[in-house]
Write a protein that binds this ligand. Structure first.
Ligand SMILES: Nc1ncnc2c1ncn2[C@@H]1O[C@H](COP(=O)(O)OP(=O)(O)OP(=O)(O)O)[C@@H](O)[C@H]1O
Ligand SMILES: [Mg+2]
Length: 240
């Protein structure tokens, strides 16, 4: 009998408001160990607000956020990060005038110094290109290489769950493919991911499961393969 992997992240009955405006409505979402889950939705559907709720940047009015089975709803962002979250921000936000090594090191600020060598080795074995480029200034790397640095920096903290907000945003199709190949590799190395996307096809093609948000409500969820077959997924919920 196959035992279901343990949940790393659980959102239960989340209702989030900005002032009087009800944004997230009864959102339930789970990411289990080793899973790649995508959260789809059109503009202003509440995707980034969901990530902010996970990170504790915004607080839900009702509902519970758990990391590794522990209720963190009342914990500050820093304490949630300590429990194993990492985020690859939109537009990567690398430090251009610093080298690849220096950028990676920033991701490990919570790790004991003694672990640094092992973290570098892990990241370099996943992205050998970064080892070749370790002394190069991040700002002079190609787009794909910069994405590797952004992922590598997040991985330096040895996260249990990596959060990504729209990794395909503003990229040419060939770079989108490249990016998702990098995301797939990271997941294959055992890291669970929650990836927010508007690009349903490319994200569902590498995901295990997906959720679809529409004006703050989860309107569809299931195995990625099933969602890919869903005829009017894009028409009905993603606005294109
Ligand atoms: N700080 C804020 N104060 C007030 N309203 C906000 C705030 N942040 C977001 N909103 C509103 O909440 C709704 C959801 O925003 P959110 O950023 O979560 O959407 P999204 O799905 O990430 O959209 P996009 O695809 O455009 O990034 C939007 O209507 C937005 O205007
Ligand atoms: Mg957003």
């Amino acid at each position: 009998m196959e035992v279901a992997a343990k949940p790393i992240l659980e959102l239960e009955g989340i209702n989030t408001f900005y002032g009087q405006i009800h944004i997230l409505k009864d959102v339930n979402l789970i990411v289990r160990e080793g899973e790649l889950v995508c959260l789809l939705g059109g503009n202003a559907s509440g995707k980034s607000t969901t990530l902010k709720t996970v990170l504790g940047i915004v607080r839900p009015r009702t509902g519970r956020v758990s990391i590794g089975g522990e209720d963190v709803t009342r914990l500050a962002t820093a304490h949630r990060i300590e429990r194993g979250l990492a985020i690859v921000p939109e537009n990567r936000r690398l430090f251009g005038p610093m080298t690849v090594v220096e950028n990676l090191e920033l991701g490990a600020y919570l790790r004991p110094k003694a672990d640094l060598k092992a973290e570098f080795e892990r990241v370099y074995s996943l992205f050998p290109k970064l080892y070749e480029r370790r002394s190069q200034l991040a700002g002079t790397l190609s787009g794909g290489e910069q994405q590797m640095v952004a992922m590598g920096r997040a991985l330096m903290s040895k996260p249990r769950l990596l959060l990504m907000d729209e990794p395909s945003m503003g990229l040419a199709p060939v770079l989108v493919e490249q990016n998702f190949e990098i995301i797939r590799q990271v997941n294959e190395a055992g890291v669970a991911l929650l990836v927010v996307e508007q690009n349903a096809n490319v994200s569902l093609s590498i995901a295990d499961r997906g959720y679809v948000l529409s004006t703050g409500r989860i309107v569809l969820e299931g195995p990625a393969a099933e969602l890919l077959q869903h005829d009017d997924l894009r028409k009905a919920y993603l606005g294109r």
